[in-house]
Ligand binder design. Structure first.
Ligand code: 2IT
Length: 446
């Protein structure tokens, strides 16, 4: 499958060692496919076992969380922290509470995060963590007790210069607050070790909006560069109504796009004239967007969230979860006139869907570039915590815009140099790899 026998050998070894980690194998495969030509021409990569080192996390902690539910029953969940790479700075990446959390999803997310963080140009290593605990349907008391017990183990592995977790699916303001409250109680230090905190106790303005806003800033750069266009009047569909999807919708709308469709776990909504964004914002915060929206406003509704991809649009932004958009969805989107796809989630498109888009000249933004705004603003939160001085909204938003422009330029420049100007997948993979590779060579064999 790979031209480079070395790359093939490393890939075969990953499959042999971890045959039951399909998401991790998929992330490595996509990454390696971009790396083939570069590796053939750079023998030092094999000599110093660079790829073998990159596919092996520096540390993987797996632990038990026990907690008591509201009825007095004892519950057991699995917790993880994958400290993937500290080459560029402290391990950095979110915590996900979702039933699909296991070693494979954790490792794929940690691998992606390492290169995403490298692409920001900021001093950030890569990590990820979480639990198979599902916060949906749990009471506040249950969520608090779970978070406290999760932190009773996690605290010993993290620190402001060691490993700085944040939120992800299932972990928002509420969970971060409970986690941070317990961390401070244990270590007796207010160093701000988690990012995505509330504004009253060290959080940063624009952090909760950052991934979604950053995604739209990235798409605007693509439209300007490839089509000399703006996002105005483009019909956009966005899956997932969490932090990323909602704020992508809000920013796209603010910049003049027409958000025609959205989805959540209970279905999708679509209106060719545009969804009412004030109603979307109000209902998203309650976590039941589609069901409540269809009761209030004129729209098409379907109970299967995946049917969102059957609806006509110009731009699609998958912002829910890995592998939510497959080859059939890609074919339908393209036949319905969609010309740009930008990943707000991590690896939401399957590998064959991604290839289909690229083979059909659809502009495609990979998640590790397009959704990096969240972690970039996390670094800004760390800076504010370290200096004990908060920044203004405009300061953070301007810096976020600058970072997204910069990430686009890095991916675009590498794409032009190593593949073709449209291949942002290769561009993002190669640009981030080169930064990590240089640090690896400088830091020696450790
Ligand atoms: O996937 C991601 O980039 C995140 N969940 C955010 C990571 C962070 O540390 O802010």
């Amino acid at each position: 499958m790979f031209k480079s026998p070395y790359l093939q050998r490393v890939f075969d070894d990953v499959m042999k060692k971890d045959p039951f980690q399909p998401e991790f194998i998929q992330a490595v495969e996509t990454f390696f496919l971009s790396m083939d030509d570069l590796i053939i021409h750079t023998p030092t990569i094999e000599k110093f076992a660079i790829m073998e080192r990159l596919v092996e996390p520096e540390r993987l902690v797996k632990f038990r969380i026990t907690w008591v539910d509201d009825k007095g029953n004892t519950k057991v969940n699995r917790g993880y922290r994958v400290q993937f790479s500290s080459l560029l700075g402290p391990y950095k990446g979110g915590l996900r509470f979702h039933p699909t959390v296991n070693e494979s999803t954790m490792k794929f997310l940690g691998f992606e995060q390492t290169f995403k963080n490298a692409l920001t140009g900021l001093p950030l290593g890569g990590g990820k963590g979480g639990s198979d605990f599902n916060p949906i349907g749990k009471s506040d008391g249950e969520i608090m007790r779970f978070c406290q017990n999760f932190m009773l183990e996690l605290y010993r592995h993290i620190g402001p210069d060691t490993d700085v977790p944040a939120g992800d699916i299932g972990v928002g303001y509420k969970e971060i607050g409970y986690l941070y409250g317990m961390y401070k109680k244990i270590v007796n230090e207010a160093t701000g070790v988690l990012t995505g905190k509330g504004l009253t106790y060290g959080g940063s303005l624009v952090r909760k909006e950052a991934t979604g806003y950053g995604l739209v800033y990235f798409v605007s750069e693509m439209l300007k560069t490839y089509r000399s266009e703006r996002i105005d009047d483009k019909r956009v569909i966005i899956s997932g109504s969490g932090k990323v999807g909602l704020h992508a919708a809000v920013k796209a709308h603010e910049l003049g796009a027409v958000v025609v469709g959205m989805s959540d776990v209970k279905g999708f909504i679509y209106n060719e004239n545009g969804l009412k964004m004030d109603v979307v914002t109000e209902l998203c915060t309650n976590g039941e967007l589609t069901i409540k929206y269809k009761e209030k406003e004129d729209c098409i509704y379907g109970p299967n969230p995946k049917d969102l991809w059957q609806q006509p649009c110009d731009i699609a932004m998958p912002c829910a979860i890995q592998n939510e958009l497959d080859l059939n969805d890609a074919k339908t989107l393209v036949s319905n006139g969609c010309f740009l796809v930008a990943e707000g989630a991590n690896m939401p498109c399957t590998l064959d869907a991604e290839r289909y888009f690229q083979d059909h000249q659809i502009l495609f933004a990979p998640g590790k570039a397009a959704n990096a705004g969240g972690v970039a603003v996390s670094l800004f939160e760390m800076s504010q915590n370290a200096s004990h001085y908060p920044w203004s909204y405009d300061d953070v938003d301007e810096k976020l815009k600058g970072i997204m422009r910069d990430i686009f330029l890095k991916a675009y420049t590498a794409a032009r140099k190593y593949k073709n100007p449209y291949d942002l997948v290769a561009g993002a993979n190669i640009a981030s790899f080169l930064r990590v590779y240089e640090a690896m060579m400088d830091e020696g064999i450790v």
